[in-house]
Write a protein that binds this ligand. Structure first.
Ligand code: LIP
Length: 268
């Protein structure tokens, strides 16, 4: 590994930002009037030709700059254990919002060294925002530093969440929300994990939780939230990992985790 990890993180972030910006031009600025949409795990779990084209473009930019790294993307897969530097790519996070041309989709790119995410970018084309972070270097939105304010009490917390695509799982996740709703200020369901995590970092929601996600959904947004001062972990309180995430102000994390565990959120 390089003698100066922060210099490498900055280099990786520079590549990630360039790739994200190119992908935003492709999927948003040059969005075609029509594009192919097909189903994945269920009839409502979509992938579009724009997801694939975005990932292909991002892969090309990363591989040109760093040919020995491994890119793991939602559409093209990859081997996260093969190389020292692994890139986690969600070419369009919030594909349902993208299909409907509804605000709330993002390009999410993160770089990890030996399994630790060190740089991340989440580009939000419909709001014209770019979130960035490097480990130990802070988080920013359009270059403006992000830092959490004081936490509200649990009953005044605005909590974001999301749901899977399988009907039976959604029923379980809906039951958790039914139990949560009277215990907090309100919930928000925005449709893209990367933006939900950045919203915690930017103070647009007080917390976010979800089960069933992949590292490409989580890696970049989790670094932004962490570097903005949030505690980010799994729903059981362990380290963030595929399948389970909770992000909140450190003072709010414990009470919300305990409530969500009582409601069975980590079993959905
Ligand atoms: C989405 C996630 C979101 C979840 C959606 C969907 P995709 O990812 O970012 O948090 O609630 O159901 O899984 O599939 O749009 O890349």
């Amino acid at each position: 590994m390089t003698a100066d990890p922060s210099a490498l993180a900055d280099q990786l972030l520079h590549i990630a930002v360039a790739a994200a910006r190119a992908a935003v031009v492709l999927i948003h600025d040059e969005r075609p009037a029509t594009f192919e949409v097909s189903a994945k795990s269920t009839a409502t779990d979509h992938v579009t030709e724009m997801d694939r084209a975005s990932e292909e473009l991002i892969r090309s930019i990363i591989s040109t700059a760093r040919p020995d790294d491994e890119v793991v993307g939602e559409e093209g897969g990859g081997d996260p254990g093969r190389a020292e530097v692994t890139w986690w790519v969600d070419p369009i996070d919030g594909t349902t919002n993208y299909v409907y041309d509804h605000p709330g989709y993002a390009v999410s790119i993160a770089a990890a060294i030996d399994g630790i995410t060190v740089a991340g970018v989440v580009a939000d084309p419909t709001h014209g925002r770019t979130y960035t972070a490097t480990r130990g270097g802070g988080a920013a939105c359009d270059g403006r530093p992000l830092r959490l304010a004081a936490a509200p009490p649990l009953e005044q917390a605005l909590v974001a969440t999301g749901f899977g695509y399988d009907a039976a799982r959604r029923a379980e996740q809906g039951a958790v929300v039914a139990g949560l709703l009277p215990r907090v200020r309100d919930i928000r369901r925005m449709g893209a994990a990367a933006l939900d995590l950045c919203s915690v970092g930017a103070g647009r929601v007080d917390a976010y939780y979800e089960a069933g996600l992949s590292m490409w959904d989580l890696a970049a947004g989790a670094l932004v939230a962490d570097e903005a001062g949030a505690r980010v972990g799994a729903l059981d309180g362990g380290p963030v990992r595929p399948g389970s995430v909770l992000a909140a102000h450190p003072d709010l994390f414990g009470p919300l985790r305990d409530l969500l565990q009582d409601l069975g959120a980590d079993r959905t």
